[in-house]
Ligand binder design. Structure first.
Ligand SMILES: C[S@@+](CC[C@H](N)C(=O)[O-])C[C@H]1O[C@@H](n2cnc3c(N)ncnc32)[C@H](O)[C@@H]1O
Length: 231
């Protein structure tokens, strides 16, 4: 699809639902196992420290290691947004910088920045991107207006309380001069919501798709978005 003419600040484009994570491997979530351990694990997970990334599966990723799965996503975004050398990308909630690392592999000359709340993740990030990472919160991005060609946030802003979540989405809009891509967790009916609530460890703000769209409007968000539905 041709996105080359979508410049929100000079002739606004539509906010658009598009799944650019469709090449991400889908693994079936073991909801029962996660739920059994949940109450205390949730508290540990929300610290976003070693236990969350590299501890037990019940309290987070159970080992957040590079395996190349983001290469296909970086290629997909490169083609979709026509990214090239010299463009600047920000990943909000970048964790260990895997996606940014892969952007550098698939688009030589691309410039990257990443921000994450977790000192553990950034200290254990991939070596080549570590100099470009900052510790901070998504609701107060330490960058001037209109800095980035593409601002991405995957699986992150739902970890903030409602008002901070709105601010974080607005911040993506503020620092992005061209494209934005936001992914959040969601559910379309009561059954999916129940599964989501049994599975999730860290989310503080969550809605069905219409609820999210309303929040995007409230935040003044004019970028692309997609959901992940717990299945
Ligand atoms: C589910 S992980 C997603 C990591 C990565 N984007 C991915 O998709 O693999 C959520 C990330 O959000 C980060 N995070 C949580 N709250 C945050 C905040 N307020 N500001 C920035 N990052 C935050 C966590 O440290 C963690 O790295």
């Amino acid at each position: 699809m041709d996105c080359g003419r979508r410049w929100p600040r000079s002739g606004r484009c539509d906010v658009r639902e598009v799944d650019l994570l469709d090449r991400y491997p889908r693994v079936r979530r073991n909801i029962a196992a996660r739920e059994a351990a949940r109450p205390s694990q949730r508290e540990i997970a929300r610290r976003f420290g070693r236990e969350y990334f590299d501890g037990e599966r019940e309290q987070g990723y159970g080992g957040y290691r590079y395996d190349g799965r983001w290469v296909a996503i970086a290629e997909r975004m490169r083609d979709f947004y026509r990214l090239e050398a010299g463009h600047v990308i920000l990943d909000v909630g970048c964790a260990k910088g895997f996606l940014l690392h892969d952007f550098r592999q698939v688009i030589p000359g691309i410039r990257v920045a990443g921000l994450d709340l977790s000192p553990y993740a950034t200290e254990n990030a991939m070596h080549d991107v570590r100099p470009f990472l900052a510790v901070g919160s998504a609701d107060a991005l330490p960058y001037p207006d209109d800095t980035f060609d593409l601002v991405i946030s995957i699986n992150t802003v739902h970890n903030l309380e409602l008002l901070d979540c709105v601010r974080a989405i607005g911040e993506m809009e503020r620092v992005g001069r061209r494209f934005k891509y936001l992914q959040v967790d969601s559910y379309r009916d009561d059954e999916e919501r129940e599964k989501f609530e049994r599975w999730q460890l860290t989310a503080l703000t969550h809605f069905d798709p219409e609820g999210w769209r309303k929040l995007f409007r409230q935040a003044g968000y004019a970028g692309d978005y997609s959901w992940t539905i717990t299945g």
